[in-house]
Design a protein around this ligand. Structure first.
Ligand SMILES: [Fe+2]
Ligand SMILES: [Fe+2]
Length: 180
């Protein structure tokens, strides 16, 4: 598996959870339970931000910069800005979830979830297209790519210390079943 295969496989998992998250947030806004939305928010914080976005920011993007792909002159700049926006929206979602007794906060949670999902879907589409170009142009040598995969797996060990990656992926399937 190449570093880009690994990231693209995670995109598919994240997209699946986004569908379930929006549906669960709508039910939460209508007075439903918060257990699943809270667990899914943890997924986006851990699997999405701490593991996935950080592998891009700290491992792949620096490698691409070493090949002259500059943030200001490529899509790398906008992609990093979107990572920051996603983190900010997750912080907002946490704040709204802290007020389960407020109808206004529940509605704001669902509206912010839709905003977050729209941004993350666009972000993923942009990355899928960009990563396909990187593969097509053979920017990374096989040896370089092996080193990137090792660095990514080492980061994952840290990010998934509390909840294993496989456990999140099993939960993703369960959420999809309940909120698909
Ligand atoms: Fe990203
Ligand atoms: Fe990504």
């Amino acid at each position: 598996m190449t570093s880009i295969d690994l990231l693209v496989a995670e995109h598919r998992v994240i997209e699946k959870v986004l569908d379930a998250f929006q549906e669960a947030a709508r039910r939460y806004a209508a007075g439903g339970e918060c257990d699943d939305v809270s667990a899914m928010l943890r997924f986006f914080q851990t699997y999405g931000d701490a593991a996935h976005h950080e592998k891009e920011e700290q491992v792949l993007f620096p490698a691409l910069r070493r090949h002259g792909i500059e943030p200001d002159a490529s899509v790398l700049g906008p992609l990093s800005a979107q990572h920051a926006s996603c983190r900010a929206l997750v912080r907002d979602l946490h704040r709204y979830l802290d007020e389960p007794d407020s109808e206004r906060a529940r509605r704001a949670f669902a509206a912010t979830t839709d905003e977050y999902a729209a941004m993350l879907r666009l972000h993923i589409a942009l990355e899928d297209a960009f990563f396909a170009e990187v593969v097509q142009d053979e920017v990374l040598s096989p040896q370089e790519d092996d080193a990137l995969v090792d660095a990514m797996l080492a980061r994952d060990e840290e990010a998934f210390r509390e909840v294993a990656k496989a456990a999140f992926e099993r939960s993703a399937a369960a959420w999809r079943g309940r909120h698909g």
